[in-house]
Design a protein around this ligand. Structure first.
Ligand code: CTP
Length: 397
């Protein structure tokens, strides 16, 4: 699948460096060639010999090594690959990249390259959440740097949260997507998916029946066509697809923040079933049952993410696609919804319980665009996704 592709793999200094070994192995198994670059800090965690043997290649370490410079200058090295991958990308490396520092071989290669760069961050949760790191991540994303993870999980330091590096198979899938030659190569598409959970108190929430299957299938189909996909998902049953930049959220407000942080994008597909309302003042502690008394919940309206993005005066994705899950007058309601939301396309479907679509594996949709509507025969959600992804590719040209 990656036959003939050349990856320059920078191994940074973090405990997750050991996972780089499996990334190299996986890439080579798929036919890619890998040239490792090991930072000084990285060499505290894995040895150059390990990387060299697994990659079947020389390992580059030093900016000022005369022999290396004569064999292959650092500028040439930075361009001799199809993709530059940083795994693990430490807070320090991200900071250097975002600020244009080049004081060692890895950071110099990252400045000098004319090839796409994909980073797999790994750091302590506090370091990941630090405003400086988040500023750097935002800058790098707007520079077009591709991200794989980090994911939520337990860390070597004993803490739990975001900052754990993605697993090697996910990094390999992201590399595959970045190197894909499909029609969406070089395009960034944002996909929202799943339900949102709106808290009543710390143990109760309001949700809906969305499984996230259609959203996951759309993201997978877009990745298969070569897009870089940012997948913002609520707590869905369906597993997220591989090869995406995954952002997990709970509430509509969090989803809106994540969507805004992920822009700019060439296209955005809003497949999430966002809760229209949240509990106005969710309780910070568990609401206790009191004999003879029923709690009263007051609601507040959630932000409309699709409408907000559709009406952006600056940085609006070229193509904005909304969904309309209806139970009555599907086409009339969805046509009105397209106008109300200001999106370009609406994918309408009938989610009446009798159709078995909500939570089921099939979908029957009508695509409504400025040119009118077309109804597709009932088919698997993966097929709906593939057809929609092809249409998106054609629209983005
Ligand atoms: N949507 C959104 N943010 C919201 C609500 C909905 O982004 N707060 C998006 C959904 O992802 C979907 C589209 O808007 O793409 C339509 O969602 P839907 O719930 O059908 O729209 P509503 O405006 O809530 O209309 P209804 O009165 O039918 O619930």
């Amino acid at each position: 699948m990656l036959a003939g592709k050349r990856v320059l793999l920078i191994v940074g200094g973090g405990i997750a460096a050991f996972k780089a070994v499996d990334v190299i192995r996986g890439l080579r198994a798929q036919g890619a060639s890998v040239t490792p670059v090991l930072t000084k800090a990285g060499s505290e965690f894995v040895t150059p010999l390990t990387l060299s043997v697994l990659a079947g290649s020389k390992v580059y370490q030093d900016l000022f090594d005369l022999t290396e410079e004569i064999e292959m200058g650092h500028i040439e090295l930075s361009r001799s690959a199809d993709l530059v991958v940083v795994t693990p990308a430490t807070a320090d490396l991200l900071g250097k990249m975002a600020n244009g520092l080049a004081n060692d071989l890895a950071s110099t290669l990252l400045m000098a390259t004319d090839k796409p760069v994909l980073v797999a961050p790994a750091m302590n949760v506090r370091m990941w959440e630090h405003p400086a790191t988040q500023r750097n991540v935002k800058l790098l994303k707007s520079d077009g740097v591709l991200f794989c993870g980090p994911v939520e999980g337990s860390m070597a330091c004993g803490e739990f949260g975001f900052g754990r590096m993605s697993e090697p198979d996910e990094i390999i899938a992201a590399i595959g997507a970045a190197l894909s030659e499909g029609p969406l190569k070089g395009k960034h598409v944002l996909v929202t998916s799943g339900p949102t959970h709106e808290p009543i108190d710390p143990v109760r929430y309001i949700a809906n029946r969305s499984s996230g299957q259609q959203g996951s299938a759309i993201a997978a189909a877009l990745v298969a066509l070569g897009a870089h996909v940012t997948f913002v998902t609520g707590p869905a049953d369906a597993p997220p697809p591989q090869g995406v930049t995954l952002v997990k959220v709970e509430t509509a407000a969090e989803m809106k923040t994540a969507v805004e942080a992920a822009l700019p994008a060439d296209a955005a597909v809003f497949a999430a079933a966002v809760a229209d309302w949240r509990v106005a003042s969710a309780s910070g502690s568990k609401i206790k049952k009191e004999a003879g008394k029923l709690p009263t919940l007051e609601f507040a309206e959630n932000p409309d993410i699709l409408k907000t993005v559709s009406h952006m005066s600056e940085g609006r994705p070229r193509l904005v696609v909304g969904f309309a899950a209806e139970t009555d007058d599907v086409i009339a309601n969805a046509t009105a919804k397209r106008a109300r939301k200001g999106c370009d396309w609406i994918v309408a479907n009938d989610v009446s319980p009798a159709t078995g679509i909500m939570g089921g594996s099939e979908n029957a949709v009508t695509l409504i665009t400025e040119h009118g509507s077309e109804t597709w025969e009932r088919m698997g959600k993966a097929e709906v996704a593939e057809r929609l992804a092809r249409k998106i590719a054609a629209a983005l040209g």
